[in-house]
Design a protein. Structure first.
Length: 89
């Protein structure tokens, strides 16, 4: 394993953390716009909130998390290839 491949793992970890933080912020912003009561997203175990709201929040959160993580991973791979002329995989 060469040095550039060894550096990819810490870069990947840092990018994953950053992507998670960005996704959480995006989800919070979107939830505040689509929530009719401006409440926090429902906890699935909070039975005082509707099942519909719990599932909607989980679906929106999952979609955003997946798209943001894929975008960050894709950008990371392109950046790695641009710096090292190697594919990260």
């Amino acid at each position: 394993m060469n040095v550039s491949k060894a550096m990819y793992k810490p870069l990947s970890l840092a990018t994953s953390v950053a992507g998670g933080l960005v996704a959480a912020k995006i989800f919070t912003e979107i939830w505040q716009r689509i929530s009719p009561t401006d409440q926090e997203p429902p906890d699935p175990q909070d039975l005082s909130r509707s099942t519909r709201d719990a599932f909607l929040a989980a679906a929106v959160q999952g979609l955003i998390m997946g798209v943001v993580r894929a975008a960050f991973a894709r950008a990371e791979a392109h950046g790695y290839r641009a710096l090292t002329n190697e594919d990260p995989s």
